[in-house]
Write a protein that binds this ligand. Structure first.
Ligand SMILES: [Zn+2]
Length: 181
């Protein structure tokens, strides 16, 4: 009788441990699922490829729930052309970016352009404040601004966008940086 009771206690303990282990696995799986991977294809971004990679790394280093990874099928395609830099967002984390040479010829910094355009894909609109500390001020901060980093408010906004499925830009519309002038 005593042995039977002991076995029963052991079985209950084992069940409890299994339950705890199961809960732990589920929790970590949920945490992993909460990180959204955005695959980007910079193979047609020509001389801007390294700037695009740097822009992606800048965001990766600051966001906990979003991660840019080079690869295909791509959520974001980045191409080089001779116009002004611009972005067309189709949904949060998806779209097309044009790394326009005209801005670079006028003296704008390629890495700032890349992280700014990626900011649009992350749901951030243009805010032409003229402040260099704002990434989304874009060309309004002038060519002397070489800051490629989002500020803490911009980072928090992106985190919220992905937590809540928010998008601060219109979908299917081409956002051009030329409008800043
Ligand atoms: Zn912009």
């Amino acid at each position: 009788m005593v042995i039977r009771n002991l076995l029963r206690v052991c079985a209950a303990l084992l069940l409890g441990l299994t339950f705890l282990a199961g809960t732990g696995t589920t929790a970590s799986a949920e945490a992993a699922e909460a990180v959204r991977t955005i695959r980007y294809d910079a193979s047609r971004s020509a001389e801007f490829r390294s700037a695009v990679d740097q822009g992606a790394q800048i965001w990766n280093a600051r966001l906990s729930n979003v991660r840019f990874v080079a690869g295909s099928p791509a959520d974001v395609v980045i191409v080089a052309d001779n116009g002004w830099p611009r972005a067309r967002v189709t949904s949060l984390g998806r779209g097309t970016i044009w790394m326009g040479r005209q801005a670079v010829q006028e003296g704008h910094y390629t890495v700032r352009i890349a992280s700014h355009e990626l900011g649009h894909v992350l749901g951030l609109p243009d805010r032409r404040t003229g402040r260099c500390t704002d990434l989304m001020s874009g060309a309004s901060a002038g060519t002397s601004c070489r800051n490629p980093y989002p500020n803490s408010a911009e980072i928090a906004e992106v985190e919220r966008n992905f937590q809540n499925g928010l998008l601060g830009v219109a979908t299917g519309v081409t956002l051009t940086e030329a409008a800043a002038r």
